[in-house]
Ligand binder design. Structure first.
Ligand code: ATP
Length: 428
């Protein structure tokens, strides 16, 4: 983990939040490469869940919502709270379910556990009084459910269908830690899939989404031995969940950890919002003439956790060489272009032209420093799958070499075909 955290900082993937002021616990800033990686991950998710399908649409709801939403959803009551214990000696606070009987810092005795709500309070408007108190959303889910009718009335969707969203969520976690794994500000990617309220139908879609979601990670190259499903115990389930399975990743910091949850939320959300908003949020089935509140199958993944686990999964050492074997679709740069020598204008001009061309279609890096071997190593470390070198032969016959990150093998290709070749390699 230390090596990965240091690579993230050194090469510009992830920095501690507000670092020059000593940081702010539980916040992280993504640097130039981390932002590209995270964008790619979200893009792939949006493509698979929304754009490639006919039965799912996407929305982007506001982070700030009417506080009644959180009353209805159960987030202001015991439902969205962790048990907190405090060390009587050093006064540090911990999540009761994360530690044993004594303080892990100083061995002191702990207080009795008490409920600690995770919602972050804020004030909307100029007067800081009760009427303007609201919360930063603790999950992105409710933005979807409160728009159920809006989406239904503005589209031609019929049940079963889904609404997807990606966005920030905030939780006042008692003990943030393990790098970005548990943060106080993080991003989620979620699908709320509405189905007919029948046991068989619910079960069918639950199983369907479980397998879709784990396959998504595998298709993007995550090693299958590092992935598993785990069903929640009865006392572990969230207040809304009737059945819950986590996709877990085998981490170097304490083994299996949750990356994404697949939840059967039943009719909890729409029933609660019907009750609190006094609006009719039921669905009318034109064919069967039935009116009902649909059930919801949810897939809820953490963008930051998935980003971190893809980085961990990709991190490879080969002697003193570090290779980040990210799937080309996720890699921050798809290609890097090098003139063999930086002091030969013919080579540099030709390489520049190729670089300018590629940049239109691919995120491409340019490097003309040091020797070629060093440039390869530098790109390997940030996961660039293909390095293109323009050498003296390129000047004679319009060819370049492509070097593959994972095999270190080189092939010589026609410059005119370069774009097509790269496209094929990335998408295969
Ligand atoms: P945990 O048990 O780890 O606190 P959770 O069960 O409360 O997580 P959910 O409410 O199911 O998590 O949220 C869905 C997803 O959002 C999680 O699978 C995770 O990927 C992500 N997530 C939740 N809390 C955090 C956090 N504090 N930091 C980063 N990602 C988070």
């Amino acid at each position: 983990m230390e090596k990965i955290i240091s690579l993230c900082k050194r090469r510009g993937f992830v920095f501690p939040g507000s670092e020059i002021y000593g940081g702010l616990a539980g916040t992280w800033d993504y640097g130039p490469l981390g932002s590209e990686l995270k964008f790619n991950l979200k893009d792939e998710w949006w493509k698979t869940i929304v754009r490639d399908r006919e039965d799912v649409v996407g929305i982007s709801a506001a982070i700030l919502m009417n506080p009644k939403v959180w009353e209805a959803s159960g987030h202001l009551t015991a439902g969205f709270a962790d048990l907190l214990v405090e060390c009587k000696k050093c006064k540090k606070r911990f999540r009761a379910d994360h530690i044993d009987k004594k303080c892990p810092e100083c061995g002191g005795n702990l207080t009795e556990p008490k409920k600690f709500n995770l919602m972050m309070k804020t004030f909307v408007g100029a007067v800081e009084d009760e009427t303007t108190t609201t919360y930063l959303r603790g999950e992105i889910t409710q933005g979807v459910h409160v728009n159920f009718k809006n989406v239904l009335n503005s589209s031609r969707l019929k049940i079963p269908f889904g609404i997807a969203q990606i966005g920030k969520a905030f939780r006042n976690e008692i003990t943030p830690g393990n790098f970005t794994y548990r943060s106080r500000e993080f991003e989620q990617m979620e699908l709320q899939f509405y189905v007919k309220p029948e046991k068989k139908e619910g079960k069918k879609w639950f199983e369907y989404w479980k397998s879709q979601r784990i396959n998504w990670y595998k298709n993007l190259g995550m090693k299958k031995e590092n992935l598993r499903f785990r069903q929640h115990e009865t006392d572990e389930k969230a207040h809304y969940a009737r059945d819950a399975w986590d996709i877990e990743y085998n981490t170097p910091f304490g083994g299996w950890k949750e990356m994404e949850g697949i939840h059967d939320r039943g009719d909890w959300d729409l029933s609660q919002h019907t009750k609190y908003s006094k609006q009719d949020l039921s669905y009318f089935d034109e064919e069967t003439k039935e009116k009902y509140i649909p059930w919801v199958i949810e897939t809820s993944g953490g963008v930051d956790r998935a980003t971190l686990f893809f980085l961990i999964d990709a991190y490879t050492e080969d002697g003193d060489r570090v290779v980040l074997k990210l799937h080309p679709k996720l890699a921050p740069y798809k290609a890097a272009v090098f003139p063999l020598l930086a002091n030969k204008p013919d080579l540099v001009n030709k390489a520049r032209k190729i670089y300018d061309d590629l940049k239109k279609d691919f995120v491409t890096a340019w490097d003309d420093r040091g020797n070629i071997g060093k440039r390869y190593y530098s790109q390997d470390e940030i996961g660039t799958p293909y390095c293109i070198t323009i050498d003296f032969e390129s000047l004679e016959n319009e060819t370049v070499t492509i070097r593959d990150r994972d095999t270190a093998k080189q092939e010589r290709v026609d410059t005119k075909k370069l774009g097509d070749i790269l496209k094929k390699k990335i998408n295969d």
